[in-house]
Design a protein around this ligand. Structure first.
Ligand SMILES: Nc1nc2c(ncn2[C@@H]2O[C@H](COP(=O)(O)OP(=O)(O)OP(=O)(O)O)[C@@H](O)[C@H]2O)c(=O)[nH]1
Ligand SMILES: [Mg+2]
Length: 441
C-alpha cells in the first residue's frame, strides 16, 4: 500500500437521484468514519446511520459501508456513504468528510490508486473508463472482458513467450562456439512461428476493440455539387448540412456521428474542391484539406454523370480511399462499372447499404464478432510495434545469425508489450489516461 493522503469524491453523477454516494479512500478513513458516523463500521457490512458534520449536526441518514484495505477497490481503506441523492446533501456530506481530514479526489484518482496498489493493471484500468463510456452493447461487453483481464492475460502470455525466447537466445550467447547451432534449431523457429500466430490473432481482436470504442473517421471530399452534403444528411438521417444546387454551398467542415451496426462512424462533410477567387470558399477548401489530417479514410465522391476524374482532386494524402459515384438515379445508360467503387444515390438512398458494408470491410469491422476485447489505439500501436521488433529479431536470426541483435530486438518487443499493461509507464501517460476519467471513479 502506498502512503498517500486520503481522497474523497461524490461518485454518483451530478444531479438528483434516489441515492448519492460519497467515496473516501486512504489512511484516515477510520478517523473520518469516527468523526462523521461516530464509529468505524464493521467490515463490508451495511449500516444504517446518521451522517454528521464536525459540529455534530445531522446532514442525512443513510447506509455506510467500510472496506478495509487491501480488500477494497483502491487497495486502501475505503468508506462509502450512501445518502439521499441530491446535490446539496451530497455537497454537505463531502464537506463533512473533507473537514474530517480528506481532500477532494482528482479525476480517476481512485482507479489510479487501484492501479498503483496492483489491484488492476493499466489495460484493466482503461477498461473501467471504457465500460462507463461505452456507446453500444458490443462496446460494453468488450470493455467488461478486458476489465476481467482477458486482454491482459493474452498480452502477458506474449510477454512470457518473448522472455523465454530471450532467455534461449541469451543462453546461446554464453556459448559462442555453439551459438550458430543453437540459433539454427527447429525449436527456435517453432517458437517464433507460434508467437507470430498469437500476435496476429490478438491484433485482430484489439483492432476490433479500438474500432468499437473510437470508431472510424471518414471525410467526404469531391468537386462542388457532387452531393457530399446530401450524402452526409442521408447517413445522419436528418438535414444536418445545407444542400443547394449552387456549387460551393458548403464552406465549413461539418461533423456528424452515427453508429453503423455497432461501428461508430464520424463522418465529415467538406467544401467542394476547386479553384476559387472567393476568400470564404478558399478558406473552406483549406479546411477541407486539413480535415484529412484527422481522418482514417477518404470518401472520394464523384457525380457519376460528370466527366470528373478522381485524380483531379489534388489530394495529397496516403490514407485509404474509397471512390463513390453519386446521383446514380439520374444515370440511365448501361455503364461499365468499376468494381472497386460504390455506386449510390444520396437522393434516393439506393446503394447506401453497399457503402456501409464497404466502410466496415475496409477497416475490418465485424458486427457479430463475439470475442472482441475492449482496447484503445494506444494498445494497438504498442502491439504493432512489439510485433515489428519480433519480426526484425527473426530476420536477424535467419539472415545475419547475430544472436546479440536478436536478443536486443526481443527486449524492445517486450518493452512495448509492457506498455500495454503499464509495467513501465511514464507519469505523463498515466496523467493522460487517468485525467480523462470521470470524477469519483
Ligand atoms: N438526382 C440527384 N441529385 C442529387 C443527388 N445528390 C445530390 N443531389 C443534388 O445535387 C446538388 C448538390 O448537392 P450537395 O449535397 O449540396 O452537393 P455538395 O457536394 O455538398 O456541394 P458543395 O457543398 O457545393 O461542394 C443538390 O441540388 C442536390 O439535391 C443524387 O443522388 N441524385
Ligand atoms: Mg456541400
Amino acid at each position: 500500500m502506498t502512503n498517500q493522503d486520503t481522497i474523497a469524491a461524490i461518485t454518483t453523477p451530478p444531479g438528483k437521484g434516489g441515492v448519492g454516494i460519497v467515496r473516501v479512500s486512504g489512511e484516515s478513513v477510520q478517523e473520518i468514519a469516527r468523526s462523521v458516523l461516530g464509529f468505524v463500521p464493521k467490515a463490508r457490512y451495511a449500516d444504517l446511520t446518521w451522517f454528521k458534520n464536525g459540529g455534530g449536526e445531522e446532514i442525512d441518514k443513510g447506509i455506510s459501508i467500510f472496506y478495509p484495505g487491501p480488500n477494497s477497490y483502491t487497495g486502501e481503506d475505503v468508506l462509502e456513504l450512501q445518502g439521499h441523492g441530491g446535490p446539496v446533501v451530497m455537497q454537505m456530506l463531502l464537506q463533512a468528510v473533507i473537514a474530517a481530514g480528506a481532500r477532494v479526489a482528482e479525476a480517476g484518482e481512485f482507479t489510479q490508486r487501484a492501479f498503483l496498489n496492483d489491484k488492476m493493471d493499466l489495460a484493466q484500468a482503461e477498461a473501467v473508463a471504457d465500460l462507463i463510456d461505452s456507446g453500444s452493447t458490443q462496446a460494453a461487453r468488450a470493455a467488461l472482458r478486458s476489465l476481467q483481464g482477458a486482454f491482459s492475460d493474452l498480452v502477458n502470455s506474449l510477454v512470457d513467450q518473448t522472455i523465454d525466447l530471450r532467455a534461449y537466445v541469451e543462453a546461446a550467447l554464453d556459448f559462442p562456439e555453439e551459438e550458430i547451432d543453437f540459433l539454427a534449431t527447429d525449436e527456435l523457429k517453432q517458437r517464433f512461428d507460434n508467437i507470430n500466430l498469437e500476435f496476429t490473432a490478438l491484433q485482430k481482436r484489439v483492432q476490433q476493440g479500438a474500432l468499437l470504442r473510437e470508431g472510424l473517421t471518414a471525410v467526404i471530399v469531391g468537386k462542388p455539387n457532387a452531393g457530399k452534403s446530401s450524402l452526409l444528411n442521408k447517413l445522419a438521417g436528418y438535414e444536418a448540412a445545407i444542400v443547394t444546387d449552387i456549387p460551393g454551398t458548403t464552406r465549413d467542415v461539418l461533423k456528424e456521428q452515427i453508429v453503423l451496426d455497432g461501428l461508430p462512424l464520424h463522418i465529415i462533410d467538406t467544401a467542394g474542391l476547386r479553384e476559387s477567387d472567393d476568400v470564404i470558399e478558399q478558406e473552406g477548401i483549406r479546411r477541407a484539406h486539413s480535415a484529412l489530417e484527422q481522418a482514417d479514410l477518404i470518401i472520394q465522391l464523384i457525380d457519376v454523370n460528370s466527366s470528373d476524374d478522381i485524380n483531379n482532386l489534388n489530394i495529397t494524402s496516403d490514407l485509404p480511399r474509397l471512390t463513390v459515384y453519386n446521383k446514380i438515379d439520374l444515370y440511365s445508360d448501361d455503364m461499365q462499372k468499376d468494381t472497386a467503387a460504390v455506386y449510390l444515390s444520396a437522393k434516393t438512398g439506393f446503394g447506401l447499404d453497399d457503402l456501409v458494408q464497404r466502410l466496415k470491410a475496409i477497416v475490418g469491422f465485424q458486427s457479430d464478432a463475439d470475442n472482441t476485447l475492449g482496447a484503445r489505439t494506444r494498445h494497438l500501436h504498442a502491439l504493432n510495434k512489439a510485433e515489428e521488433h519480433i519480426k526484425i529479431a527473426h530476420q536477424h536470426l535467419t539472415i545475419s545469425k547475430a544472436g546479440e541483435l536478436v536478443a536486443e530486438e526481443l527486449r524492445l518487443a517486450q518493452d512495448y508489450l509492457n506498455q500495454i499493461t503499464g509495467e513501465f509507464t511514464s507519469d505523463d501517460l498515466l496523467g493522460k489516461i487517468f485525467g480523462s476519467f470521470c470524477i469519483g471513479k
